[in-house]
Design a protein around this ligand. Structure first.
Ligand code: ATP
Length: 600
């Protein structure tokens, strides 16, 4: 917990790392909890589909009874036949009406709850610390909004009805058959029971195999994305073979995992299919039935009842098998969604305070991503308005982490970050973010026009203001030469803009926003000399009169900074101006010598 007096109480024990998806919270019961608001609808849907299934079996019973009447008294009056025809037709009508009603109620409840969950997820995402998105990635968000919700949809709109329907068909069907002949019914149930046993055997190690397949799937996706994202590097440096090998390995692993599963379950699943088929029930009923008829212990009419009703039962059981797998997936989807909704949101201040000024202070700031390893360790520094503070250090020293504590991508584990004397945790997050321009190296452009991409900095800005910002960011001429000028559509990758041009576009956005604090992560990728100097000029314009914090990778770009913080292994190793640090002959001097050596 912070030792500083103005630090609001927050839970610093939180870990920002995404929990293992297979880990426990809400693993069981998540589906029931998330569906609680539509429980009544689900009960109605289940009752309707159960009644519908019961009505659906009536026509089969009617056919069997008509056959009985005709076989037992072929020459008699057949008025009872018409009664059964009526009962059968009524059963079919009720089946259809109730089926439609149950589907209507299920889909209505499904649409309502999924809409509700989508809104909850989006609101929750809006309240999560921005750092979470960096760690979890867009894949996690996409999975929640599409795959996980779709799996819940399957349960609500389809699986529930199929399962209740199957149970009812079994109950009503066997009830009627027991009434006709107990021995034949037990034989029919025996065949279906064998199917259940074989199915259970084939599903015994499903979780292990599914986990292996899911892991292989994830590796295939990662290798594909890695290949597509890094296609330029891959082709330029001829490392395509290595990346493709990772892809091939992942595909091989997937194939092997699948083959191992198939090899293990091939007999049990084939047997389950066999015993669950109409063919198996028909064979068993015919063989046993004819034997009993031969011995005179079963009437032909009773045999017909089994051939009509018992043989039809597998038809409703097979969809229920698929439905039970759907329920399993739905439970996993619900657990994922519940886990996402359980991520703690960024705490908003109970007593918001307004900063007086825009000086930034890091006061004995510590931070750990996992609650174990310290990424930033007791760093103190003051970044005055109108001055440029550069953060430098070897890779992994904690530069980006320290800077990301200012916009509260993560909250400090200890100490405090202040703006204008106020702890950032006491400033409402919308105001906090509005007070700073963040220019990161993973330049974020939207799929929109050039003008709109700049206007994000200040949505109400006029075209003229957008143009002035573009001019100040030294990107004006580049835009003028684009096919549709400011109306040219960009894609998320920036379309035909170069790396330096994309950076200047985001600098124009930051200039337009006029935010008094600027945090920028210098591009690690080397730009060509012209682009580099254009970016430097743009940054100089952006920085005028502002509190500027630069995460620098190339030291010569920040040699003129007012203050340089040299981080090493999460600690502040040195601080001072360029000349002072060179004179100290420490880490900075060594890094400088190394970079100059490369440049020389
Ligand atoms: N998302 C994360 N989860 C866990 N640890 C992380 C995460 N991001 C960074 N770290 C760890 O925190 C430490 C500081 O990383 P950070 O990215 O802040 O360093 P950096 O100086 O900015 O490095 P670079 O110059 O390579 O970008 C490193 O040990 C890094 O491995």
């Amino acid at each position: 917990m912070s030792t500083t007096p103005d630090a609001p109480a927050v839970d610093t024990s939180r870990s920002y790392q995404e929990a293992d998806p297979s880990a426990g919270l809400a693993k069981s019961g998540a589906l029931a909890r998330l569906l609680a608001p539509i429980r009544t609808h689900l009960v109605i849907c289940a009752v309707l589909s159960s009644l519908s299934a019961a009505a659906g079996i009536v026509p089969y019973i009617a056919v069997a009874e008509i056959a009985r009447i005709m076989l037992e008294d072929p020459t008699g009056a057949h008025s009872a036949i018409w009664t059964w025809v009526g009962i059968g037709a009524a059963g079919a009508s009720v089946w259809l009406v109730l089926l439609v009603q149950s589907s209507r109620v299920g889909h209505y409840a499904d649409a309502a709850i999924l809409h509700d969950l989508r809104v909850r997820i989006v609101r929750h995402l809006g309240a999560l610390p921005l750092g979470w998105f960096r760690l979890a990635g867009s894949g996690r968000v996409k999975r929640a909004m599409t795959g996980d919700l779709e799996e819940m949809h399957e349960v609500i709109a389809h699986a529930l009805g199929q399962l209740t329907g199957a149970v009812t068909v079994m109950a009503v069907g066997t009830g009627y058959l027991f009434f006709v002949d107990v021995r034949m019914t037990l034989i029919a149930l025996g065949v279906l029971g064998l199917m259940a046993v074989c199915y259970r055997v084939s599903m015994r190690s499903m979780t292990t195999h599914m986990n292996r397949l899911t892991a292989a799937d994830a590796r295939i996706s990662a290798a594909s994305v890695e290949y597509a994202d890094g296609i330029q590097v891959v082709k330029t440096f001829g490392t395509g073979g290595r990346v493709l090998r990772r892809f091939d390995d992942a595909v091989d692993e997937h194939t092997q995992a699948f083959a191992a599963w198939v090899a293990e379950v091939r007999y049990s699943s084939a047997a389950a299919r066999l015993f669950g088929s109409e063919m198996a029930v028909l064979t068993a009923m015919t063989a046993a039935g004819l034997t009993f008829v031969d011995h005179g212990s079963l009437g032909v009419a009773d045999l017909v009842a089994f051939l009509v009703v018992a043989v039809g039962m597998p038809n409703s059981i097979l969809p229920a098998v698929t439905a039970s797998q759907g329920v399993r997936k739905g439970r996993m989807g619900a657990a994922n969604i519940e886990r996402l909704l359980a991520r703690p949101p960024l705490p908003e201040p109970e007593l918001p305070r307004a900063p007086s000024g825009h000086g930034v202070e890091f006061d004995r700031v510590s931070f750990s991503y996992d609650g174990v390893t310290t990424a930033v360790d007791k760093i103190s520094a003051v970044c005055a308005p109108g001055q440029v503070t550069a953060i430098v250090g070897p890779s992994g020293a904690g530069k980006s982490t320290l800077a990301s504590l200012l916009p509260r991508f993560y909250d400090v584990s200890d100490g405090a970050v202040r703006i204008g004397g106020v702890d950032v945790r006491s400033i409402p997050s919308a105001e906090l973010l509005a007070s700073m321009s963040l220019v990161f190296q993973d330049v974020a452009l939207l799929r929109d026009s050039v003008a709109e991409n700049i206007r994000i900095g200040r949505p109400g800005a006029t075209d003229e203001e957008v143009r002035r910002a573009a001019a100040a960011a030294h990107i004006y001429e580049v835009i003028e030469q684009l096919p549709d000028g400011y109306d040219t559509l960009l894609d998320a990758g920036g379309g035909s803009l170069s790396g330096g041009e994309r950076q200047r576009l985001t600098i124009a956005r930051a200039i337009l926003s006029g935010a008094p604090i600027v945090v920028l992560d210098e591009a690690t990728a080397a730009l060509d000399a012209d682009s580099e100097s254009a970016v430097q000029d743009a940054l100089a314009t952006l920085a005028t009169g502002k509190t500027v914090i630069v995460i620098a990778h190339r030291l010569h770009t920040i040699a003129g900074a007012d203050q340089i913080l040299v981080l090493d292994n999460g600690r502040l190793a040195e601080r001072g101006r360029h000349d002072e640090l060179l004179a100290r002959d420490g880490l900075y001097a060594r890094m400088w010598a190394a970079q100059e050596g490369v440049l020389a």
